[in-house]
Design a binder for this molecule. Structure first.
Ligand code: 1HN
Length: 347
């Protein structure tokens, strides 16, 4: 090297010159590109439902569901501004539909899930079947299936949306189209999919038409009953309480190929062990109260609150006098399909 030239200045000049050829030096970026362990820009955050509900209801006076197409307030991670993302791979929002409204039918390659937060009697239609919403119900919209929502009831209905929007954006494989009519024709009675696919039975000639579960709606009363029985059976997991995965009954695998969805029962007096995994996870409290410690932060959660745990951040749950039921979702099926997923429990 030329001794008379400051190496820092020489390198800077070199980087400028190679930049004109659209080249950059790996050695300046290497440790950030290949970290020893995940260092997500996503940060822990809790959205308290009672604090945001007035703003959500106000949106109902400012724009109709028809004009908005979907009237949603996005839960954007404070560490990912401008991204419309709650984790690097997932999107979440709170959707409001007022009595008498319709959210018009469309389809897209993004997969969606809904967890009903407040109100009863709205519906979502998927593959010609309408499912009536009740708080705690888990409803999914597989990739490229027509879906529309309506609220023929008398109260506002709110649900948490989860979509794989950032994942689809990452792969640049997003397509969307609108149906010519506002609502899709109803061709099956309500409960048809659950009867056909949700009773440990499958039609003998069943052939999947998409990668997601043929059961579109998982009623909360069924999931809650199963968890409640488990909670009586004892044998609580030190980290998760009683945690179950929503499955595709035709495969035994996750209900959606790109999003894993889970529900867990934390018994009262639970003092959980620390846990971490590489799938940044969104939690939503359906019932009960508790505390979640994420890294060095502590959040109290109550019914209808939503919080996010970034990839590889240690977290643990503590409950007081209440049992709590938490819904959650993450990109775990994608990471597992790619053999990338890891977890660790505090020893
Ligand atoms: C969508 O179709 C829904 O169908 C919700 O309810 C949120 C966010 C972005 C793009 C499409 C829905 C969405 C969405």
């Amino acid at each position: 090297m030329n001794q008379s030239v400051d190496p820092g200045a020489a390198r800077a000049d070199y980087y400028r010159r190679i930049g004109e050829h659209r080249l950059t030096p790996l050695w300046e970026a290497m440790s950030a590109l290949v970290p020893e362990e995940p260092r997500s820009p996503c940060v822990p955050h809790l959205w308290r439902y009672d604090d945001l509900r007035p703003a959500l209801m106000e949106s109902g006076t400012l724009i109709t569901a028809r004009e908005a197409v979907r009237r949603v307030l996005i839960l954007e991670n404070p560490g990912l501004p401008g991204s419309s993302a709650i984790t690097q791979s997932l999107y979440a929002g709170l959707q409001l539909i007022m009595p008498g409204e319709v959210a018009p039918s469309h389809r897209h390659t993004q997969t969606a899930l809904r967890l009903i937060v407040e109100g009863t009697g709205a519906y979502t239609a998927v593959e010609g079947e309408r499912s009536t919403m009740h708080p705690g119900d888990f409803i999914l919209t597989p990739s490229w299936t027509w879906h529309d929502h309506g609220n023929p009831a008398t109260e506002p209905v709110v649900w948490l949306d989860g979509l794989d929007i950032p994942t689809v954006r990452f792969f640049d494989c997003g397509f969307a189209e609108n149906l010519a009519t506002e609502t899709q024709p109803v061709v099956r009675p309500e409960g048809d999919a659950l009867a056909r696919y949700g009773a440990n039975l499958l039609p003998v000639d069943f052939r999947p038409t998409h990668g997601a579960s043929p059961v579109f709606a998982y009623p909360y009363d069924r999931s809650r009953e199963a968890l409640h029985r488990l909670s009586r059976a004892g044998e609580v997991d030190a980290c998760h309480g009683h945690r179950m995965q929503f499955i595709n009954p035709s495969t035994g695998g996750p209900a959606m190929p790109t999003i894993g969805a889970y529900i867990q029962w934390l018994p009262r007096g639970f003092d959980g062990a620390r846990y971490r995994s590489t799938d940044g996870t969104i939690f939503h409290a359906i019932e009960g109260r508790g505390v979640v410690e994420i890294g060095d932060q502590r959040f109290e959660f109550g019914p209808r609150d939503t919080f996010v745990v970034p990839s590889w951040q240690p977290y643990r749950f503590v409950t007081g006098g209440d049992d709590a039921v938490l819904f959650s979702f993450s990109d775990r099926p994608v990471q597992q399909a790619l053999h990338l997923w890891r977890e660790a429990r505090a020893s």
